[in-house]
Design a protein around this ligand. Structure first.
Ligand SMILES: Nc1nc2c(c(=O)[nH]1)N[C@H]1C(S)=C(S)[C@@H](COP(=O)(O)OP(=O)(O)OC[C@H]3O[C@@H](n4cnc5c(N)ncnc54)[C@H](O)[C@@H]3O)O[C@H]1N2
Ligand code: MOO
Length: 407
């Protein structure tokens, strides 16, 4: 029996998966999910240092003529202390004398004769000093288990001299399809056949999301052929198939699954499009059977499959987040079923895709997001606030915009 959207989300979100890990160099860790809590091994900065090229002084001496008694470059290990009415020339990043309480930028002084300087501007105590640990404290938690490693996390790791990191192994995903009418894009096609666009779509999408993806071909519409492909894929964490699950005379996918001991987690979701979505497992391999209709399968994958992938990646972020925006035009829908509507969000308005029949292939290439409309809703009035779920979210535009925030 079909379940509601929230129940399907809960079933997927609450799965307990046992994930494997590996240790890899941080240079290769981009987009991987951290499998350990990472703590800072040292303070950052490691020592008090100068934020400017200039002069280290004792604050109380600011109104005197100061004699330059030394020079310290970044990387020097110089322990010289300041004396009364002296200063030390210093470079940005250099360790400051232990008793220095202000740095004077070089443009704020006048050079006098006799190797002396005079300060021309007001001085604040402790100005332009970067103190030990003000950026990172030793033993501070830097990265949580389940965080995605990106450039900013790599910066943290490198700043601590951490060369390797424990990450979850990429989930192994196998993709196949069944359907006598389908041909792969590199095969010869007859007038009564169609190209299999779903398989390349999900290969690309799951790769994009960080999975290790195997394609094992297409099954003929027979129970034996489907069983052979499934049996061949039981080393995967997840099998994604599409088609063959509705009520047609050649829809054998479900039957094949059951003959292999399929344990159903849900069979049907009360959602439009994509109702005939099946999810379950055979032994330790989960199986997501999406509808054959291309737009239906793509939207169902974006709504439910992506949560599943987040789980398999080891991410702690498994809940769909949204952006509040306005609907561009009044939109009417039928009550009674939760509906997934693709569209384009320009940063302010969400424009519903006019074409959105479940069997279409072309739609998502001109959409960047979707909204999920509750089954109670009949009308969304122009400018209503709606919750927008990103699909392809590199937030650039082909229209030049004023991106500055004004009062
Ligand atoms: N009498 C009924 N018929 C249908 C129902 C129903 O409730 N009663 N549900 C409809 C809905 S909704 C959907 S969705 C589809 C789902 O069917 P399947 O998931 O079994 O998919 P197929 O029948 O195999 O194919 C449906 C459609 O999609 C095309 N397709 C399939 N695979 C691919 C692929 N890899 N690449 C491109 N296109 C694909 C296929 O040619 C069909 O046109 O059932 C409805 N029928
Ligand atoms: O899932 Mo079907 O594609 O609802 O139309």
């Amino acid at each position: 029996m079909a379940i509601n959207v929230q129940t399907a989300v809960d079933i997927i979100s609450n799965l307990t998966l046992s994930l494997n890990f590996e240790i890899i160099p941080i240079e290769n860790a981009t987009s991987r999910i951290c499998a350990q809590d990472v703590f800072a091994t040292s303070f950052l900065p490691k020592f008090n240092n100068s934020a400017m090229d200039g002069y280290a002084i004792i604050y109380e001496d600011k109104n005197s003529e100061l004699e330059i008694i030394d020079i310290i470059f970044a990387g020097d290990n110089n322990d010289k202390l300041l004396e009364k009415n002296s200063c030390i020339k210093i470079m940005t990043g250099a360790k400051i004398p232990e008793n220095s309480t202000a740095i004077i930028p070089k443009e704020d002084i006048e050079e006098l004769n006799d190797n002396k300087i005079k300060i021309l501007k007001n001085v604040k105590e402790f100005q332009h000093i970067r103190y030990i640990g003000e950026d990172i404290k030793q033993n501070e938690l830097l990265i949580n288990i389940g965080d995605e490693i990106n450039f900013s996390k790599i910066a943290l790791l490198a700043s601590q001299g951490i060369s390797h990191i424990k990450v979850y192994k990429k989930p192994k995903v196998t993709i196949f399809t069944s359907g006598e009418e389908l041909k792969l894009h590199y095969e010869k096609i007859e007038s009564f056949q169609i190209y299999n666009s779903n398989t390349p779509t999900f290969i690309s999408r799951t790769q994009e999301l960080g999975c290790d993806v195997t394609f094992i071909g297409q099954a003929k519409d027979t129970i034996e052929a489907i069983k052979e492909l499934v049996n061949n894929s039981l080393d995967a964490d997840l099998i994604i198939t599409s088609g063959g699950v509705s009520v047609g005379d050649a829809d054998f996918t479900k039957e094949a699954f059951y003959e292999l001991g399929f344990e159903t987690l849900f069979d049907g979701i009360n959602v439009k499009p994509g109702k005939p979505t099946v999810f379950g497992k055979i032994k330790d391999t989960y199986i997501l059977n999406l509808p054959g209709n291309p737009l239906a399968s793509a939207l169902i994958f974006e709504m439910f499959g992506k949560i599943l992938i987040q789980k398999f990646l080891g991410s702690k972020n498994i809940h769909q987040n949204f952006i509040l925006g306005k609907i561009k035009d009044t939109f009417c829908t039928k009550k009674g079923k939760t509906t997934i509507i693709p569209g384009f969000f320009d940063g302010e308005f969400f424009e519903v895709s006019q074409k959105r029949s479940p069997g279409m292939v072309s739609i998502l290439s001109s959409c960047n997001s979707m909204i999920i409309i509750d089954d109670e809703v009949e009308t969304l009035k122009k400018d209503n606030l709606i919750k927008i779920l990103p699909i392809n979210w590199k937030f650039f535009s082909d229209i030049k915009k004023d991106f500055l925030t004004h009062e």
